[in-house]
Design a protein around this ligand. Structure first.
Ligand code: 5AD
Ligand code: SF4
Length: 477
């Protein structure tokens, strides 16, 4: 348990690059066009970061990325196991390819990520999805070239869920980022917390931090490449370094990164997620307050407002501690925005517990909430705990919470009308009435009209209108 996770060795990286060359040669003989891969990614930012590794490896193999699954020679599903709903969605989408596979026999269907790491899911896919050719778990990700080569060469099904719970540190695997404004920067992998509802520690292994030198090098590369919004990623960034016995902690890392960012003279904003309330510190808030290039935004999941439920969840903090952290953060950053994750219907939860959750909502007034109905996960402790309320009662509580958050969101957004904010223009708007989508420092969406040339720039906008989930504004010169 005290073993420090190893980095992927240079020898292993070279082996995988050799397989990439072999794949190039195989496809050259097999196809009359450049091979194309389609990647469907589910779940959290970590999974999206993993897909960027996959795209990097595909590029090494001479394979193009396509967003049209119909023209794909390889279809990759990078899956999530956090809730049953996520798994059902993936299985449904894999099922849709059954017919395509009949018509295009050379199509490789690959399933990877958290769902694939679970033994019972591997069995299910082996048995019920015979047209899936390749399956590999989170630990075997770096071996993708080797596994794909073996599949292409043998035409047999290749399944690899190897790797122990300590896991590996992904250093040296090529990355191809699929966006040009926002970049993910993983600082650690895995989780040690074993919240009793959560499958993550089982499918992603123990907490392992990247070396600070590697992170800083990646950060500089990202800045040099012109990215404007950089998000430091980890399941629990606040415990950064503890697996290595570092006395240098996450606040130190953030401080150092933000200082390098400031000295670069390049305009950018730094975010981080996720923070666990048991590990968030005053020092972290001081660092956040000290640097203008760190967004005054904190994603701090509280999951439940009931101390009884928090204990059953193994969260290791109380409602009082959580609210104390919020107050402390506000003391250093009066305009800070908060977002959170909440689970409704955890086993044993009753109305009184739910009301405690609602009390936190009323107290903090979050900008954004990610709300979930509890989903039983095979292998977790909570899966064995009995329910005392019905699914309908859970649904009712859930809808009440959503409705109240809508009202709070609207209230908070309406209060911004007439004010001017600095925003990052991060793309075209999905809303046909507006040209551009922009993001405030706190993370809120502001839709505006303006030229596409502004994409990737920081500009000032004045808020003119508000809805529960978005603000609308105009450019201020
Ligand atoms: N059921 C419902 N929600 C869950 N989450 C994690 N596991 C479960 C589960 N079994 C939620 C938590 C976590 C977020 C990423 O997903 O709120 O913070
Ligand atoms: Fe899951 Fe808890 Fe770890 Fe978050 S901190 S990934 S909820 S076990």
């Amino acid at each position: 348990m005290n073993r420090i996770a190893p980095k992927i060795s240079q020898e292993e990286l070279n082996t995988q690059l050799d397989y990439s060359e072999k794949i190039k040669a195989l496809y050259d003989n097999m196809l009359d066009h450049k091979p194309r891969a389609y990647i469907d990614t589910y779940g959290c930012q970590q999974n999206f970061a993993d897909s960027e590794f996959i795209m990097g490896m595909l590029t090494d193999m001479g394979i193009e990325i396509t967003t049209d699954e119909n023209e794909a020679d390889i279809a990759i599903f990078n899956t999530c196991a956090i809730r049953e709903h996520a798994e059902m969605r993936v299985l449904g989408n894999i099922g849709k390819l059954k017919q395509t596979k009949k018509e295009k026999s050379h199509l490789v269907i690959a399933v990877c990520g958290c769902m694939a790491q679970q033994e019972h899911m591997k069995e299910k896919i082996l048995k019920s999805y015979p047209y899936v050719n390749l399956l590999f778990g989170t630990h075997a990700l770096y071996k993708f070239p080797e596994l794909l080569y073996k599949q292409l060469k043998s035409h047999k099904r290749v399944f690899d869920t190897s790797g122990d719970e300590i896991g590996m540190i992904f250093e040296g695997v090529h990355i191809k980022r699929d966006r040009d404004i926002r970049a993910n920067l993983p600082i650690m992998y895995g989780c040690n917390n074993f919240c009793t509802y959560c499958i993550v520690p089982y499918v992603r292994g123990r907490e392992r931090s990247r070396d600070k030198e590697d992170i800083i090098r990646s950060f500089k590369e990202i800045l040099d490449a012109g990215y404007k919004e950089i998000t430091l990623l980890g399941q629990n960034v606040n415990s950064y370094g503890s697996d290595k016995g570092y006395s240098y902690d996450f606040a130190d890392l953030l401080d150092e990164i933000a200082t390098i960012g400031e000295q670069s003279g390049k305009e950018h904003i730094i975010r981080f997620m996720t923070s666990h309330p048991k590990d968030a510190t005053e020092k972290l808030f001081q660092v956040m307050a000290k640097h203008d290039n760190i967004a005054k935004q904190l994603h701090l999941p509280f999951q439940s407002g009931s101390d009884r439920i928090l204990e059953a969840m193994n969260r290791r903090y109380t409602k009082e501690h959580y609210l104390g952290l919020i107050e402390m953060a506000k003391k250093y950053m009066p305009d800070i925005s908060f977002s959170s994750d909440i689970i409704v219907g955890f086993p044993g939860e009753v109305k009184e517990d739910f009301l405690e959750t609602m009390d936190v909502l009323e107290n903090v007034k979050f900008d954004q909430l990610f709300t979930f109905i509890y989903s039983r996960r095979v292998g977790t402790k909570a899966a064995l705990m009995p329910d005392v309320i019905t699914a309908a009662e859970k649904q009712e509580m859930f809808e009440y919470l959503l409705k109240r958050q809508q009202e709070i969101g609207l209230e908070r957004n309406m209060a911004e009308i007439g004010k001017t904010f600095r925003v990052l223009v991060d793309g075209e708007s999905m809303d046909e009435k507006y040209d551009l989508s922009t993001k405030m420092e706190g993370g809120r969406l502001v839709k505006i009209n303006g030229s596409k040339d502004l994409i990737g720039k920081f500009i000032n906008v004045k808020v003119t209108k508000a809805s529960p989930h978005a603000l609308f504004g105009e450019i201020v010169e």
